[in-house]
Ligand binder design. Sequence first.
Ligand code: GLA
Length: 381
Amino acid sequence: MRSINKFPIALAVLLLIFASTFAVSAQVKMAKENFGKTPDGQQVELFTLTNKNGMEARIMDYGGIVVSLKVPDRTGKLDDVVLGLNTLDDYLKGHPYFGALIGRYGNRIAKGRFTLNGVEYKLAVNNGENHLHGGIKGFDKQVWNAKFVKTAKGEVSLVLTYLSKDGEEGYPGNLNVTVVYTLTNNNELKIDYTATTDKDTVINLTHHSYFNLKGEGNGDILDHQLTIDANRFTPTDAGSIPTGELKSVMGGPFDFTKPTGIGARINQPDQQLQFGKGYDHNFVLNGRMGTVHLAATVFEPTTGRVMEVLTTEPGIQFYTGNFLDGTLTGKSGKVYQQRYGFCLETQHFPDSPNQPKFPTTTLRKGKTMNSTTIYRFSTRK
Ligand code: GLA
């Protein structure tokens, strides 16, 4: 009798162990759907990554664009904290780099020119007289090869690869680029960049999400509290090209060394703020280049959301959505007005190919460029 009774109990225990293991791993999900076609007929897919806490990232292979990022608030409610559009057609009509991968060069190169190994290269000019974010058809407008990978830790990654051909947008060298987006179970969106070239070239890759920790479309970002671990920034001329100076932030509107409201000083009569129409500047990070260090922290008091940005890069472009003007309507039907999102674009400094004193952006033939940036989400009171 006894031995017969033991069997169902053992079975139940086994089932329970199996079910709980399965439940944990079942929460880490990946899915793929058709998102339309580009005008030249390339198929575009939308990939959904979900971690075990229910945090969700949707990323398309067109531009490596993060279309949505759902993150819990202090009560556990998920909201989409990045600006974005509803359909591929909306993206194709034009947008200010929402959620996109930027290459070959994040931010500006003065007059679209630089000299390397004694040769002058002329790049596509797409921002007044300057080259911005890789040119007319940058990495944000290319369809990348994409595939899901499960990491050793049981997390999900989307691996994107792109071959930028010698001469593309004026740059030398065939450049092989890999960008891996990983959604960790620690509520991080981690971005690993790798690139190799067959000719000496310049490179500066970044990611251009516009964040609003209240949720996309839910007002401006002026009340977000920002800390940037930077004692200096790179002031610019009226065309947003760095003057070459590394200027102290201390005591002025660029001092975010302690948590400060983004809007607290944004309208001060400061020439740099006037040039940028708000913040649109590169900060010189205090942390050591090449090792992952905390670059910035953002806290949104009403939802309790905290976003930390960690990076191996020496700089970060803080941009306050100054050029948003109410002409674009977001995913949930809300109009994006000026300053409805902010960007924290980890990077080498703008115009480095023309600034010998800035950390170099030259990538030599046969060498590998590696860079990592992490957007980490949590909450607090
Ligand atoms: C970057 C630039 C800005 C602007 C935005 C996109 O942050 O520095 O000047 O071009 O991208 O609109």
